[in-house]
Write a protein that binds this ligand. Structure first.
Ligand code: GLN
Ligand code: ZN
Length: 768
């Protein structure tokens, strides 16, 4: 049988056992020993699943209490000074937790390390903090302990570690500002490599044959200095008495193939799901003694693999490489839920189209056996597995649940839909005449505190304990309270507060056709936080208006404009598992058309201002710059498709909450929203520079206070921030609003903060 292996397994547990265990430990409800025991159980369970599926080795080092990069950073002893780590002591679990979240049951609280998105996934890693002349040492032994743990259970192991260049690339520090930081970062290699040598040496002494070294940055556009560093770094690592499997994923090697293929490593893993076209080139570039690990099972999505297609692709390479061809998922399975077996409420047909981590291991097994020749020979189970697979895919391909001719026809016709609205200069005049807003108008981003009572209402209603009408009455009461509150404190453009929404994507998915929801489809987002992305499995359509009733009710209570509130097509796409049988752009267009109807219906119901949130536009950017424009073009078109159905005097807002608008400012301009509200308060309005340089023409509401903390902002401080904004942009274009929605806040600080914010706006109007 062909060698099969795995790059990493989800550590959180099928029932989020790890989340519960760490949270109980943080809360002082369990001991460290109990926590360790849960970790051991989960590792043992996951190793067993992988060994049972016939994997040649089980991965070790993919387990993490909080984040695998943080595990590695602490192993290297790279602990920032504020955590008061002594150089001669091991880094404890509590210090690791303090770095991840600022607090732990022991140790002094300190500011947590920054967290940021792991490449183009929704997983967030803890950013290593680099300092000039930083020293490294082996400061934690968890990796070695876990190797022994797996060996004691009888498994062959393959440790998985982040490569030195990827670890440095991911790191940040004052001395490593963009552009000037490369050489300085690379200078840290001299201190770093001896620790890597020590780690590899110790692993060898534990009897380890193969070590997987993850270098996903080889799938990025790399500056020359980084590419050049690879040769020397791997010449050094290759001195260790182990075989190195260099793992790349999330995109193709492209211009880095020459670099990767020249390294003295024993094997190379490539992602053939994201970049199938690289297979022949990579196979041709390998030396005779090197292994090619083909990542053919999608580690980023939840669809059953087309094994026939995979076999077809692999056959010639198998003929060429024989045993030197290994099979694996495209990347770590961290990004998919654990086991479909827990989905008791999905219908059998839909389930037969899906594959979670456990099922992906089985697919790998079948593929490995089939490639080894078992398919034509006697092995009936393999033949049967392939046949089952084929049948499921055939049913899926033709299913009327997926293909809705009305959606297809509408999509085909949508190329003629006009995406342009009348010029902003004309629109804004008409909008102002209709809305009659003061200078520096105030508004909020949409949600108001999601109190325990609101959550309980929804829970009871979903459980059937509360009737539809009782639920509606209760939500209406909530909306009325929010409207009265906003009127009382003097906000200008009101919102209904989103009390009916559990989540900004799930809510829309539940009311659109083409979506399915799992019960246990959890994927780690960061630390103990998991998300359960909806599954877009079929053509998207809007069977009935979604938000119109709530918004119209809210508007009926007041003369002030109430903003309709929608989640944009790109964000819904980005935060879901998306079907793989058509391009993402097409699914996004279907979403855009459904939202377009909602926007038009809102206008028809008398809503004068409509906000379409697109916080995920930027995170959808492909990893390679060459692919950016194509993505931005369809993403912007989708936004415009959803918004261009309304009159010029209907005001369209959008909201984005992330930093860094520089590289995409032209596309933000092309979205042509009348008003964009953005997260800026923590950057001291520096983020507006991109808008200033671009001479962004439309209205903009730079957030004046951070909603991530309960701190109440001072009036003077917000006035100052707005003055900074006015120094960069015309004051007639400015709005005053918080950074983001208020759903995670409590009422007392919400009220105090917004009262101050309104005062700040009044002060600005008077002094202007
Ligand atoms: N309208 C949403 C809210 O206020 C926006 C959330 C977001 O930007 N993530 O909650
Ligand atoms: Zn936001």
């Amino acid at each position: 049988m062909t060698t099969i292996h795995n790059l990493g397994f989800p550590r959180i547990g099928a029932q989020r056992e790890l989340k519960r265990a760490v949270e109980a430990y943080w809360a002082g409800q369990s001991t460290q020993e109990e926590l360790e025991a849960t970790g051991r159980e989960l590792r043992a369970r996951h190793w067993k699943m992988q060994a049972d599926a016939g994997l040649a080795f089980v991965p070790v080092g993919d387990f993490a209490w909080y984040d695998h990069i943080l595990e590695w950073t602490t192993l290297l002893g790279a602990v920032p000074a504020r955590f008061a780590q002594r150089d001669d002591r091991p880094v404890t679990l509590d210090t690791l937790f303090r770095m991840g979240r600022g607090r732990a049951p022991t140790g002094t609280p300190a500011a947590a390390c920054e967290m940021t998105k792991w490449f183009d996934t929704n997983y967030h890693y803890i950013v290593p903090e680099l300092t000039p002349n930083q020293t490294y040492r082996l400061a934690r032994t968890a990796l070695f302990d876990q190797v022994r743990e797996a060996q004691a259970l009888g498994y062959a192991v393959k440790p998985v570690i982040p490569g030195p260049l990827t670890w440095l690339w991911l790191g940040k520090g004052d001395a490593y500002v963009a552009g000037a930081g490369d050489e300085a970062k690379l200078a840290l290699l001299d201190a770093l490599l001896p620790v890597y040598a020590e780690v590899l040496d110790r692993l060898a002494r534990l009897g380890v044959a193969w070590v997987q070294v993850d270098e996903p940055i080889l799938a990025l556009d790399l500056p020359a200095a980084w590419r050049a560093a690879y040769g020397r770094v791997y010449a050094d690592l290759a001195k260790a008495p182990v075989k190195l499997l260099l793992a790349t994923y999330f995109d193709g090697l492209q211009d880095n193939l020459g670099t990767a293929a020249a390294l003295p490593v024993a094997g190379l893993h490539v992602d053939l799901v994201r970049a199938p076209e690289q297979l022949a080139d990579v196979a041709a570039a390998l030396r005779d003694d090197q292994v090619l690990s083909a990542g053919v099972i999608n580690g980023r999505n939840i669809w059953r693999t087309d094994l026939d297609a995979a076999l077809h692709t692999l056959a010639p390479v198998h003929a060429q490489l024989g045993d030197r061809l290994w099979l694996a998922p495209s990347c770590s399975l961290l990004h998919v839920p654990v086991d479909l077996a827990f989905e008791t409420e999905l219908d059998a047909e839909l389930k037969s189209w899906l594959s979670f981590a456990a099922q992906k291991l089985d697919e790998l097994n079948v593929l490995g056996q089939a490639l080894g020749g078992a398919a034509d020979a006697a092995d009936a189970t393999v033949r049967e597995a392939l046949a089952t697979q084929r049948a499921a895919l055939q049913v899926r391909a033709r299913s009327p649940r997926i293909h809705n001719p009305a959606v297809a026809a509408r999509l085909a016709g949508s190329t003629h839909v006009k995406l342009e609205r009348e010029p902003f200069g004309e629109r804004i005049v008409r909008q102002q005449a209709r809305l009659n807003l003061p200078a520096y108008p105030t508004t909020t981003i949409g949600s108001f505190p999601q109190t325990q009572e609101i959550r309980a209402l929804r829970r009871d209603w979903k459980a059937g304990a509360l009737s539809d009408s009782a639920y509606e009455t209760a939500i209406r009461k909530e909306i009325e309270a929010v409207i009265r509150f906003q009127e009382r404190i003097g906000l200008d453009v009101l919102v209904h507060g989103e009390p009916e929404r559990n989540d900004m994507v799930e809510y829309f998915g539940e009311l659109l056709a083409g979506f399915a929801f799992t019960r246990n489809g959890w994927v780690q987002s960061y630390g103990s936080r998991c998300v359960k992305p909806p599954v877009i499995f079929g053509d998207v359509a809007r069977p009935a208006p979604i938000t119109v009733g709530w918004s119209a009710y809210a508007q009926s209570l007041t003369d002030k404009p109430v903003k309709g509130m929608l989640t944009g097509p790109v964000t819904i796409l980005q935060w879901s598992f998306v079907r793989d049988d058509q391009p993402r752009a097409e699914t996004c267009r279907q979403l855009a058309l459904a939202l377009r109807d909602e926007v038009v219906d809102l206008e028809g119901a008398g809503i004068r201002v409509i906000q379409i949130d697109e916080p995920a536009i930027r995170e959808g950017l492909p990893l390679r710059r060459a692919d950016w424009q194509a993505y931005l073009d369809w993403a912007v078109d989708c936004f415009r498709l959803s918004t261009s159905g309304v009159r010029g005097d209907t005001q369209i807002h959008t909201h984005m909450c992330y930093s860094e608008f520089n590289d995409i400012i032209e596309s933000i301009g092309a979205m042509d929203a009348d008003v964009i509200t953005i997260e800026t308060s923590r950057s001291n309005m520096d983020l507006l520079k991109a808008f200033e340089d671009y001479r962004y023409p439309n209205d903009i509401g730079p957030g004046v206070y951070d909603i991530h903390t309960p701190n109440v902002p001072e009036v003077g401080w917000m006035v100052d921030l707005m003055r900074k904004a006015a120094a960069r942009l015309p004051r007639e274009r400015l709005w005053v609003n918080p950074d983001c929605g208020l759903k995670t806040r409590a009422w007392p600080e919400t009220e105090a903060s917004l009262v101050s914010m309104v005062q700040a706006a009044r002060a600005l109007r008077e002094t202007a």
